[in-house]
Design a protein around this ligand. Sequence first.
Ligand SMILES: Cc1ncc(COP(=O)(O)O)c(C=O)c1O
Length: 381
Amino acid sequence: MIEAAQRLQTVEEYYFSKKLREVRLLQANGKPIINLGIGSPDLQPPQKVISTLCESLKDESANQYQSYQGLPELREAMVSFYKEQFQVFLSPATEVLPLMGSKEGIMHISMAFLNPGDQVLIPNPGYPTYASVTKLLGAELVLYDLTEEQNWMPDLELLEKQDLSKVKIMWVNYPNMPTGAKATEGFFIRLVAFAKKHQILIVNDNPYSFILNDAPRSLLSIPGAKDVCLEMNSLSKTFNMSGWRVGMVLGKSDYINHIIKVKSNMDSGMFYGIQKGAIEALKCSKLWFVSLNNVYEERRKLVWELADSLNCTYDKGAAGLFVWAKTPAFLKSEEFVDLLLKEHDIFIAPGTIFGSQGEGYVRFSLCASTEVIEEAISRIK
Ligand SMILES: Cc1ncc(COP(=O)(O)O)c(C=O)c1O
């Protein structure tokens, strides 16, 4: 028997990978499971994106290896998107790198900057990949708490009371997943000052900026941010393209070059047709965002109704693809989720998969049709 590497002892199989197996088994046994657990958009990408992908297959170079840095037109489209949406000005030649989803970017950025023993500031609750990648690389996790009382923002003053000398990276994610909290400009300004003072690379993971958010914001729009910050974005949620695997990392060219050094040793460029489709997506007019958000708004109202009927409470001002809700006081997150699954065949995500600070909360996904959410409501009522 050949043993797995020791680093695998630092991580566990991803919660959804395990739990969805259980959910599928229940479905195979005839249970009519309603899945409001996962954030995989069920809506279609813009039609033009799909037709462009199909058309592009006829191009001569469609099946060849692609540039490690992506097609120049794709980088141009990404930078134009940032200019138009966030008034952030970047060089398409040196300050953006297409990624196969932002999830892989977490690994590439970590590999580019972390040495074993370096410390990494990670939000609790937060997207689990920040922690697992940090552990896989032998770096040290330093969790920072996000609390409802502080509007799910890090307490920078409290952090400064700690020894931050070994901290190399701080992951932030606004609009936040799972809580839906939105960062203010003032917070971003203080964050950049904090990063400069302590020489920490801040990476803002920003895939939810355009979902139910009336004020999309980029950390890179703060003066001086490029010296100490990177930002990732993704087409997964904004254009319903999670399966396409298209994301981007943006920032100062020196930092991007470090990431290219890692990435060019790992993959050989994104499939041509996907890049062509992504370019079309990034060119979408404001109408796209309006119609997308109309759908999510309608769904969210119903999910609020569902949460009400379960005696959960939530913040109506939150952004993103989920409703983050507090469970009734007597039930822990996982007990609540298991009960809902057992009694009503409804699956939602327990807050604890995002960290201990998620205890007492659950996450409802908006990636289900109004009919499905209505059915969930009627099962509870
Ligand atoms: C906070 C956060 N970051 C990154 C990702 C990964 O997105 P992508 O599809 O771009 O890899 C997700 C996906 O759910 C997410 O919630």
